[in-house]
Design a protein around this ligand. Structure first.
Ligand code: 13P
Length: 435
């Protein structure tokens, strides 16, 4: 069907050259006619004159000289794409793999194992991860770091291509780290908003379709303060709005840290307060909730707390908190691991899905770094000869966590590798206890 546009109230056929984004119609347009609206293949487009387009896009990207007006997707097209990406990150019981350690953090982990702290070693390690056979069976998205998204395999293939060829969506960490917060001893504020719009555009062009920003909230005597929670929530919301403008799904990560002697109850109280504040700010910054991902901590007692609660109590406390504070429109929640052992992280996610999955509005998945990578890193230790065994360990953890999404993880899986029959969904109803 020939597409039509409205010029001064009249429907007028027009021709579009998609490749060059040129269009032509029989009517002469005045600057005041723009934008002209058309729907092609179910997508709504706004057509701008050169002048208007240049005005709109001035701060965004280089204008390619073009004698005819450009076509650009409207916000409604971008929204649909954000929603599809967010949903794809939770499809088929998969989850995310965070491999976005900054160079200092990556080097610190390498140093403990005697691995050289060089760009070459970091590149080789990241190549090991993304070339793990069948990784895409369990992993829907990987979170990269600025250095990594620019790297290539030994044979020159860009990492982004390797990842997308494996059916995995590339994502990118875009904050520039948590720094001491002025006036708030013991607390941190995450930086990285300056120049973020331009960086997001560059990452989108490089193939990233989602992004991540981590805020950290410490628990201790008199902290967290309201000032720290609010400042971090505001930054997360500004970041998320900029991501959506750029067509990237924002992964919003407010992490209540495990360091400290606080109890499970205290962590629940703090996590709930943080999440309420974050969603309030996301709303105020007009973030589309259907096009984002929440990456929270599980509700856990502090590492130095004398009482370390059993798995089911952690599952109940976490879900009580999330059900109170997270809107039903969020497509999915992907936990960080935060320094838990790999096996405990899987067991806790599994318990949450067994006990609650049938009555949750959002998917409950994983976005682990250490809880997927650590066993593989400890096997690899920088030695080429350990590569295959390390990849097997990485795949094993990814598989255990996919099983945990189904409520089919069992500690026996650690030794015999087979999933137990899924206990989530309707058959799990008998196990549900109201916290
Ligand atoms: P961990 O799973 O190791 O906590 O890392 C997740 C992450 O992305 C931290 O920002």
């Amino acid at each position: 069907m020939t597409p039509e546009i409205e010029v001064e109230g009249r429907k007028t056929p027009f021709e579009l050259n998609w490749e060059h984004l040129h269009w032509r119609c029989s009517e002469e347009q005045k600057e005041s006619d723009f934008p002209l609206i058309t729907v092609v293949d179910g997508k709504r487009y706004e057509l701008y004159s050169d002048e208007t387009f240049a005005e709109v896009e001035k701060s965004k990207r280089a204008i390619i000289p073009n004698p005819k007006p450009y076509v650009r997707p409207t916000d409604c097209t971008i929204s649909q794409e954000l929603i599809s990406t967010a949903r794809a990150l939770f499809a088929n019981d998969k989850g995310l793999l965070a491999m976005d350690e900054s160079n200092p953090t990556c080097n610190k982990r390498f140093a403990v194992l005697g691995i050289p702290q060089t760009e070459q070693a970091r590149r080789a390690y990241r190549e090991l991860i993304i070339t793990t056979p069948s990784l895409g069976d369990c992993i829907s998205g990987v979170i990269l770091y600025d250095e990594t998204i620019r790297q290539t395999k030994n044979d020159g293939t860009p990492f982004v291509k390797v990842i997308t060829d494996a059916g995995i969506i590339p994502g990118i960490k875009v904050d520039t780290g948590a720094k001491k917060m002025a006036g708030y001893p013991g607390e941190k504020i995450t930086e990285g908003l300056d120049g973020l719009r331009g960086r997001l555009e560059e990452y989108f062009e490089m193939g990233a379709r989602f992004a991540k920003w981590r805020a950290v909230i410490a628990v201790g005597d008199g902290i967290p303060s309201q000032g720290c929670i609010e400042a971090n929530a505001q930054a997360l919301a500004r970041y998320a709005a900029l991501c959506q403008e750029a067509g990237l799904v924002p992964v919003v990560e407010p992490e209540v840290l495990m360091e400290g002697a606080h109890t499970l109850d205290r962590c629940r109280e703090v996590t709930e307060e943080v999440l309420r504040t974050v969603f309030d700010r996301l709303h105020k910054q007009r973030v589309m909730i259907e096009g984002m991902v929440l990456k929270p901590n599980m509700v856990l007692p502090g590492l130095a707390c004398l009482e370390q609660n059993p798995v089911d109590e952690v599952a109940d406390a976490t879900l009580q908190c999330l059900l109170r504070a997270v809107p039903a429109a969020v497509p999915g929640i992907a936990f960080l691991s935060g320094g838990q052992s790999a096996e405990l992280a899987s067991a806790r996610l599994n318990a949450m899905n067994i006990r609650f999955k049938s009555r949750l509005p959002w998917a409950l998945a994983f976005s682990f770094a250490r809880a997927i990578q650590q066993p593989a890193l400890e096997i690899w230790r920088g030695e080429e000869s350990n590569l295959l065994q390390a990849q097997r360990a990485l795949y094993h953890r990814a598989r255990c966590n996919r099983a945990a999404r189904r409520g089919a993880y069992d500690t026996a899986m650690e030794t015999n590798g087979s999933e137990s029959p899924s206990r989530s969904g309707s058959s799990a109803k008998a196990l549900v206890t109201t916290p």
